[in-house]
Design a protein around this ligand. Structure first.
Ligand SMILES: *[C@@H]1O[C@H](CO)[C@@H](O)[C@H](O)[C@H]1NC(C)=O
Ligand SMILES: *[C@@H]1O[C@H](CO)[C@@H](O)[C@H](O)[C@H]1NC(C)=O
Length: 122
């Protein structure tokens, strides 16, 4: 019985993390009026957290690899979103997002996030 209770408690702790929901860019949204990396600074992102990208449809959001992020380019491996409101769940480890317009990306509409494992409890 005691063994069972200890097991149950551990199970409960491990599964008690509630994924966080972030509006990328806060009130500005996914927009080059602020740099997205500046918005992300100091935030502690975990795998499973959801980023909501809200943007003017003259922009877009693309999930890219590190090279795509560093060079502001999309490739055929990128996943692009155009809806103006997209919820994207963070994968464990590095996550890279850019706007596919190189000039807009270069002035700050790009984001690199390293999502760590969800904490055992909050
Ligand atoms: C994204 O998630 C938020 C919070 O759950 C929800 O309010 C919003 O409608 C979702 N947007 C889309 C496009 O699914
Ligand atoms: C991501 O975070 C983990 C855990 O803190 C760390 O080990 C890893 O080096 C980081 N990766 C990058 C690309 O920053």
């Amino acid at each position: 019985m005691v063994f069972f209770m200890v097991f149950w408690l551990e199970y409960d702790v491990v599964h008690s993390y509630t994924p966080q929901h972030y509006i990328v860019g806060g009130e500005e949204g996914w927009d080059p009026v602020i740099t997205m990396q500046g918005w992300a600074q100091g935030k502690d992102f975990h795998a499973g957290d959801v980023l909501e990208f809200i943007y003017d449809q003259k922009f877009d959001v693309a999930i890219v690899d590190k090279e795509g992020h560093d060079t502001c380019t999309v490739s055929d491996k990128s996943i692009q979103f155009f809806d103006g409101d997209d919820n994207i769940t963070l994968a464990f480890g590095p996550n890279y997002f850019i706007c596919s317009f190189p000039d807009i990306c270069a002035i700050g509409l790009q984001l690199a996030i390293n999502a760590t494992a969800p904490p055992p409890s909050v």
